[in-house]
Write a new protein. Structure first.
Length: 361
């Protein structure tokens, strides 16, 4: 059931935030920045939120944005592309192992650097906090898992939010400076918007998102729409393309949902912790870029595709970058989705079986 903003002020904040985001997106289009419909709203909303402006994001709008982007990405998985991705299973497995290793190392570094510096945190709680703050998974999902284990969820959420922001802003500009775009040889299976087909696609993907949400899966509206559209497209059925105006609007509300997290209270949350997360995020981006070049050599794919596929950012944000710049959308999506699922499945068992026992001894 959709939850509406409960007060008139909430409606006003949501509306004003969307107007600001739209203006920022149009400015970025004029400036010819990469992925302007997400970067503009993200940067503008983050800036005014940090300055104390009463910004707000309505969760159903964010879910709708993820639903649209999931469906749009699923259209790239034609039968020929599906064969390509299946053939890269070993590379995707290496990408998962790399992400788990990198996240564990990130958490261990945070534990060492900040141990004893944050008052009121027990050693066990600190180990849990740094481990889940370092895991390269979705911010909301990792925070919920960390809460079950007794971590400081404010520090975990802050670490993930800042990492995703930095990666989302840095990587697209790096790609633009690199001058890479248009690497996809083909286009999505559906090239033309068909009214009746679009209605069917909307109904089927909505059902997929609702089912994922009922099952308690991560990113349910994104993953549900993606899986349903992938199955349809892989089977050779063409329903409809997604109108550009819808994908632009989806990018805008996703950018807003990221930007509103950066309130003045966020900045005042352990400044040294945030500085360490920023430094580590920069190092991780550099390490992932080096890993991507190695994987490019092994697979024969373009390094830009694998930089996006292995970048420690959010799945929707990296896949949107690949879609807008046409940088191997199916491969990037497959890498990011498989990593997300693997981290969500394995992060808690690894903590219970390996990290927690080592600390207790």
């Amino acid at each position: 059931m959709l939850r509406l903003p409960s007060r008139p002020a909430s409606w006003w904040r949501v509306l004003c935030t969307l107007v600001l985001a739209y203006a920022a997106a149009r400015l970025c289009v004029w400036l010819n920045t990469p992925i302007p419909w997400m970067i503009g709203p993200l940067l503008a909303t983050s800036l005014v939120s940090v300055l104390g402006a009463p910004t707000d994001s309505w969760i159903p709008l964010r879910n709708t944005g993820q639903w649209i982007i999931g469906a749009a990405l699923g259209l790239y998985f034609t039968p020929a592309v599906g064969q390509l991705v299946i053939g890269l299973w070993w590379a995707i497995a290496l990408g998962i192992a790399w992400a788990l290793m990198l996240g564990t190392g990130f958490g261990a570094w945070l534990h060492r650097v900040h141990q004893g510096l944050i008052p009121g945190v027990t050693p066990a709680q600190w180990r849990c906090t740094t481990y889940f703050a370092g895991s390269i998974g979705g911010a909301s999902e990792m925070t919920l898992i960390a809460e079950r284990q007794g971590a400081r969820t404010d520090l975990v959420a802050a670490a993930h939010s800042l990492r995703v922001l930095l990666v989302t802003v840095t990587v697209p500009f790096a790609m633009q400076a690199w001058g890479v775009h248009g690497l996809d040889l083909g286009v999505p299976g559906a090239r033309v918007v068909d009214g009746q087909g679009l209605v069917w696609l909307a109904l089927l993907t909505f059902a997929g998102g609702a089912l994922m949400q009922r099952l308690g899966r991560a990113n349910p509206w994104f993953m549900g729409a993606l899986v349903v559209t992938m199955v349809i497209t892989l089977s050779g059925v063409t329903l409809s393309a997604i109108p550009t105006v819808l994908t632009n609007a989806a990018q805008l509300v996703i950018g807003v949902s990221l930007g509103v997290r950066f309130t003045p209270a966020f900045i005042h949350t352990a400044p040294r912790w945030l500085a360490s997360v920023a430094l580590a995020s920069a190092v991780m981006m550099a390490l992932c870029a080096a890993f991507a070049w190695l994987m490019a050599w092994l697979t024969g794919l373009h390094p830009a595709t694998l930089v996006l596929g292995t970048a420690p950012g959010g799945i929707a944000e990296m896949s949107i970058t690949a879609k807008v710049l046409q940088l191997g959308v199916p491969v990037v999506t497959a890498f990011q989705v498989c990593r997300l699922v693997a981290v969500l499945v394995l992060a808690e068992p690894v903590y219970r079986w390996w990290v927690q026992p080592r600390h207790s001894h």
